[in-house]
Design a protein around this ligand. Structure first.
Ligand SMILES: Cc1ncc(COP(=O)(O)O)c(C=O)c1O
Length: 398
């Protein structure tokens, strides 16, 4: 690989490109925190919470230490524990199910849709019926907005209302997206997001936030993230954890939030460019009518992805697999229930997905290299195996 190519796409997610564009704004923000010295729950944390809530239109934003804790704190606030069933998609990052196990509840794995890769409402319905026969109480569903697109909250909210389920949106990958004119953060009773550095809105370490319109629960969550103590020092009466967002990270996020709207537009443009350049050669998740995505990943499905990954590596195009295994196949999760009919879509996707470089500052030449490489690889794979279904045909649904 030539040095020029390496420079074209230096990393799968090139955080340096954003840093360069932002000049010394971040250094100045960090220096301000060093000067005032309120390193824990300093003024930037409250200001960030105010701006995050305003950005998405939620009544409350509660900042916390990471996206995993954001999910976990909601389960704590709702008293979810042993005997409770929490429905999660089988095709997601492990944190979505991990918090359920940590709460002592039972994760129940639900299949995803072949078009959007997000939670399948029919599989959810079937799973609810199934857990009742297992003697578990259906309590909560955690839809995941995979790769940046909101799940089908209309359908999920309907099922949740009929079954008295709490909807906790795992929006670790989708803050900044919207569905039917409503922003992520307002699509469920609770929304949890992550500011992990590679997320569309990322800090320089760990960070997360919870969104809710419920005043009493917001007060409780604010206490739970700080050892169960309210800001005035009184106890909330429930054991909490230490999950405060660092003031430095809040200061960095305030600077990044200021440029986030332009970055969302840039990500959308890059996604459109990929879709145009790759055409029908590969398949990416389909956007639902009325949905926007923040394209946390640009993930495609393809047969023989290892060969595509190899061709990309040789051309200086970094790729990644999100995710190589559905959660129900991981050793720590094999004992938990799955929706009736199994999880064929989640299993199929885990074997066929591959993510291409995607961030807000991806240069046209870099994208051209990716598109050329993928097209070339697909063509030669097709030529080598004329009957291979390279556009990726998932198993029949249902
Ligand atoms: C879908 C999903 N849920 C939860 C998390 C957990 O977020 P964090 O790494 O901030 O704990 C992530 C982060 O990678 C994620 O992608």
């Amino acid at each position: 690989m030539s040095k020029d190519r390496k420079r074209l796409i230096p990393a799968f997610i090139d955080l340096g490109a954003q840093r360069q564009r932002m000049g010394d704004r971040i250094e100045r923000a960090v220096a301000r925190v060093l000067r005032h010295g309120q390193f824990v729950l300093g003024p930037e944390v409250a200001e960030l919470e105010r701006q995050l809530a305003e950005f998405c239109g939620a009544r409350h934003a509660i900042a916390c230490a990471n996206g995993t804790d954001a999910l976990r704190l909601v389960l704590m606030a709702e008293g979810i524990g042993p005997g409770d069933a929490v429905f999660v998609p089988a095709f997601t990052f492990v944190a979505t199910a991990e918090v359920v196990v940590l709460a002592g509840a039972t994760p129940v794995f639900v299949d995803v849709r072949p078009d959007t890769f997000n939670l399948d409402a029919d599989s959810l319905k079937a799973a609810i019926r199934e857990v009742e026969s297992l003697g578990l109480r259906p309590r909560c569903v955690i839809p995941v907005d995979l790769f940046g697109q909101p799940a089908d909250y209309r359908a999920i909210r309907r099922i949740a209302e009929a079954n008295d389920l709490i909807v906790l949106a795992d929006a670790a990958q989708s803050f900044g997206a919207s569905l039917h004119g409503r922003a992520v953060g307002t699509l469920a009773a609770y929304t949890a997001t992550s500011f992990y550095p590679s997320k569309p809105l990322g800090c320089y370490g760990d960070g997360g936030a919870i969104f809710t319109d419920d005043d009493a629960k917001a007060k409780l969550l604010t206490a739970l993230r700080c050892h169960g103590r309210h800001p005035d020092g009184t106890e909330c009466g429930q054991a909490g954890i230490n999950s405060r967002l660092d003031t430095f990270q809040a200061a960095i996020l305030l600077e990044k939030l200021a440029v986030f709207p332009q970055e969302i537009v840039a990500r959308q443009k890059s996604a459109e460019r990929y879709a145009e350049g790759l055409g029908t050669m590969v398949r990416a998740p389909k956007l639902m009518t009325g949905a926007s995505s923040v394209w946390a990943q640009y993930t495609i499905v393809i047969e023989r992805r290892d060969e595509l990954a190899k061709a990309c590596r040789e051309a200086g195009v970094p790729t990644a697999i999100h995710y190589a295994s559905p959660l129900h196949a991981l050793p720590a999760y094999r004992q938990f229930p799955v929706a009736p009919g199994g999880l064929p879509q989640a299993e199929w996707l885990a074997e066929h997905v591959i993510s291409l470089p995607m961030h807000a500052y991806l240069a046209d030449e870099a994208q051209d290299l990716v598109i050329r490489t993928v097209r070339g690889a697909v063509r030669s794979l097709k030529a080598g195996e004329a009957h291979a279904g390279l556009a990726g045909t998932p198993p029949p649904a249902g």
